[in-house]
Unconditional design. Structure first.
Length: 95
């Protein structure tokens, strides 16, 4: 996309385009998806049918992240770590 600075070209739509790009980027980076059509709305890792509760259960049970990822290959390491980081940030923000 080429942007040319000129008084004749209106940039009134620029914030909307940036906003839509930002929104699309946020959706693409979503780690957890809650969709009534997927697992009856159970929070799942985006792009999978794996509930995030499964990861928490593994960790609570003393299993490793590697064990979880081996059992649920549709979840990427990046997704699992991002979820744990987000959960940690939210917990600490409320403390």
């Amino acid at each position: 996309m080429q942007i040319i600075a000129s008084k004749n070209i209106g940039f009134h739509n620029l914030p909307v385009r940036i906003g839509l790009c930002y929104l699309a980027a946020m959706k693409a980076k979503s780690v957890v998806l809650v969709d009534p059509e997927i697992m009856s709305g159970t929070p799942c890792f985006a792009g999978t049918r794996v509930p995030v509760r499964a990861l928490l259960d593994y960790i609570e049970g003393g299993e490793s992240l590697d064990d979880f990822l081996e059992q649920f290959p549709t979840v990427s390491r990046k997704q699992a770590i991002a979820f744990l980081e987000q959960a940690s940030e939210r917990l600490l923000a409320t403390a």
